[in-house]
Write a protein that binds this ligand. Structure first.
Ligand SMILES: Nc1ncnc2c1ncn2[C@@H]1O[C@H](COP(=O)(O)OP(=O)(O)O)[C@@H](O)[C@H]1O
Ligand SMILES: [Mg+2]
Length: 227
């Protein structure tokens, strides 16, 4: 299967992609990553540490669906870190053409919410996802979930933004999203994760919970099962 990690702009996308790769491997999955962000930070992370799970292939191309996807081992969990959708809609379009599951990283703050639902420039991610249906074999947009990250412990904002996202904004006119109950905390050990080994408990537990939720929802198969 192919999981796409998306975000409108800098949101913690690469952090989430990498730490999710580690968590999938801990859960027993065979994982291969693809870096579809021109900054190639996920690829650099895998190069810089000894414990990164599997290979990271450089794949920052708008021909992702035609040139990268067909060469994948579809018996593994493939995970692609896409760049800023605002800046690279061509690459994101191509990733959306073939992804089985899309995880959109968003922080529960006004600017990040606005960048997701009504960006000043560029195409909203919801529209990119919706229009991908026309190019997909199924004719349907991929299953998409929102992962709230940088959530302050004890703050109301994660629930407030989860409600806004679930209900289509205050007046219900915006797209409605499925928001995961797993929330990635705002935490120094996660802030400093990119480029370093995943050797701290604070880098593991939230992502183990994420894999558990994705598996429970049927979005990710049980390890060893069909993909
Ligand atoms: N859970 C978190 N808590 C605190 N800071 C975080 C967290 N996740 C990411 N960050 C910080 O957010 C910034 C962007 O992260 P990064 O993963 O590079 O985002 P993106 O790939 O979306 O550009 C970095 O400075 C990183 O340290
Ligand atoms: Mg990144």
């Amino acid at each position: 299967m192919l999981i796409a990690s998306l975000k409108p702009r800098t949101m913690g996308g690469t952090t989430n992609t990498g730490l999710l790769a580690y968590a999938l491997a801990r859960a027993g999955h065979q994982v291969t990553c693809y870096d579809a962000d021109e900054s190639l930070q996920l690829a650099a992370w895998a190069r810089d540490v000894d414990d990164f799970p599997g290979t990271v292939h450089e794949a920052d191309t708008p021909a992702f669906a035609e040139t990268v996807y067909p060469a994948m081992d579809h018996n593994r969990v493939n995970l692609v870190d896409a760049g800023h959708a605002e800046n690279h809609p061509d690459i994101v379009d191509s990733v959306l053409e073939v992804a089985d599951l899309v995880i959109v990283t968003v922080s529960p703050t006004n600017p990040d919410y606005d960048r997701l639902v009504k960006p000043e420039r560029g195409t909203p991610i919801a529209k990119l996802i919706r229009r991908s249906a026309a190019l997909r074999d199924s004719g349907k947009a991929p299953t998409t979930v929102i992962l709230l990250n940088r959530c302050q412990a004890g703050a109301n904002s994660p629930k407030e933004f989860a409600d806004l996202l679930t209900n289509g904004g205050k007046d219900g006119t915006l797209p409605r999203w499925d928001v995961l109950t797993t929330r990635i905390p705002r935490r120094e050990q996660i802030a400093s994760a990119v480029g370093f080994p995943c050797d701290k408990p604070g880098r593991k537990a939230p992502y183990d919970a994420l894999v558990t939720e994705l598996t429970r929802l049927g979005h990710v198969p049980a390890p060893g099962g069909p993909r």
